[in-house]
Design a binder for this molecule. Structure first.
Ligand code: HEM
Length: 377
């Protein structure tokens, strides 16, 4: 990092001398002005599509809220045999417990939604192209981890919906020959979902997932800092002098804060008006509830599994569907190699069609999963 000169390190003359002296003392030790200098040097392009630059920040905001509300939930949540009872206490007995739980669950869902929007906006801005390939790949990793975060959190209340949805979810890896049943048993801690499964999911949710997600996020954000923001092709075609940009700090950071405030309002409204429900305690001897379904972000894959299950008999359908998922993910991963430069031509066009097709498939299968096919029992 470039060091600031002694003039740059001085606090502004308008600041109270005492505050200035404290700032100077801290700055001499931590080099804050070097970071401020770096942030003011960084510029964010301004054009008709700048709106999409906010979505990575919005995703980050929901992740921060998720961490803070998760720590509050940890004060009362007890994994294992008392899992349901502790969530019942949080929801009905502990002051504002219902609100913290609702905020946590809504923030998790909004984070995944905004990560999808962010991913597709990066895709259509072609932000996966050189030199941002690793930003793209680390982003895919973050989204997959975020979805695993969600899956591991879904079981923790141990109500009937969580129990049966997880049961269906864990039957999917079991169809993989040889290792599948072993992997499912390993995740469950046995052939059935029990309090051992809750303890395993708890460890995954609060230790393993954060330990993987946070360093990957740092890598992702570090790359954004290193490479700066990408520009859409319409901007790149303009001569450099005709392109507009603003400093990241304070101009873009202030706009980002404004957007975070809007996100906070949306979250607070949803959490207060639609509090997160808690169903009856899971009872393995009872029949599965009628509306058993995975979280919305797994609905598309769930529906594709059902479709293939109807085309091919037995586990073959599920096996073929797993192959299709892997192929789709691989293609998504390889996009930076297929459309590497601004002179993309036909390749760029095909990539755009691929992106549109992916969105259409995700939307259609999700809606289909919710409304058209009968529920699975
Ligand atoms: C899940 C958590 C994620 C967080 C918290 C996150 C955060 C961010 C932030 C704050 C930025 C800078 C501002 C912006 O461009 O919006 C960014 C940029 C970027 N992200 Fe993410 N991101 C996440 C997931 C993803 C995913 C799923 C992808 C795509 C697969 C992705 C790909 C990118 C790319 C390519 C950029 C550079 C954009 C540019 O230069 O225009 N990110 N991310």
């Amino acid at each position: 990092m470039e060091k600031s000169s002694s003039a740059e390190r001085k606090p502004p003359a308008t600041v109270h001398p005492l505050v200035g002296a404290v700032y100077q003392w801290v700055d001499d030790r931590l080099g804050i002005s070097d970071v401020v200098k770096l942030a003011t040097k960084k510029r964010v392009p301004e054009h008709g599509q700048s709106f999409w630059y906010y979505w990575g920040g919005i995703t980050l905001f929901f992740f921060i809220v998720m961490c803070l509300s998760g720590v509050l939930l940890l004060l009362y949540y007890r994994p294992g045999d008392s899992a349901y009872e502790s969530v019942r206490q949080i929801t009905y007995e502990i002051k504002f417990g219902w609100l913290v739980r609702s905020i946590h669950s809504w923030a998790a869902n909004l984070m995944i939604l905004s990560a999808f929007i962010h991913m597709f906006s990066a895709f259509f801005m072609r932000a996966y192209r050189m030199p941002r390939e690793f930003t793209w790949w680390s982003g895919i990793g973050l989204l997959l981890l975020a979805m695993t975060f969600g899956f591991s959190g879904y079981l923790l209340p141990m109500d009937d919906l969580a129990y049966f949805a997880t049961k269906v979810g864990l039957s999917i890896p079991a169809v993989v020959p040889v290792v599948g049943p072993w992997v499912s048993d390993l995740i469950r801690g046995g052939p059935e979902i029990t309090s051992y499964t809750v303890s395993r999911f708890f460890a995954l949710h609060v230790v393993v997932m954060p330990a993987l997600f946070i360093p990957l996020l740092m890598f992702h954000l570090g790359l954004v800092q290193k490479n700066g923001m990408s520009m859409p092709e319409s901007e790149l075609e303009k001569p450099e002098a005709a392109r507009k940009s603003i400093p990241f700090f304070p101009n873009f950071a202030m706009k980002d804060l404004g957007v975070w405030l809007v996100a906070l309002n949306v979250l607070a409204l949803l959490a207060a008006v639609f509090p997160w429900a808690l169903g009856p305690a899971a009872d393995p001897l009872m029949p599965a509830p009628m509306d058993i379904h995975p979280e919305w972000y797994f609905m598309s894959s769930f529906q594709v599994l059902k479709i293939f299950g109807q085309i091919f008999p037995g586990v073959t359908g599920e096996f073929v569907a797993l192959g299709v998922f892997k192929l789709g993910l691989l293609l998504w991963f390889l996009v930076p190699f297929f459309d590497p430069t601004t002179k993309g031509g036909l390749r760029a066009k095909l990539t755009t069609y691929f992106g549109i097709l992916t969105i259409v498939i995700l939307l259609v299968t999700t809606i289909w999963g919710y409304w058209v096919l009968p529920a699975v029992h």
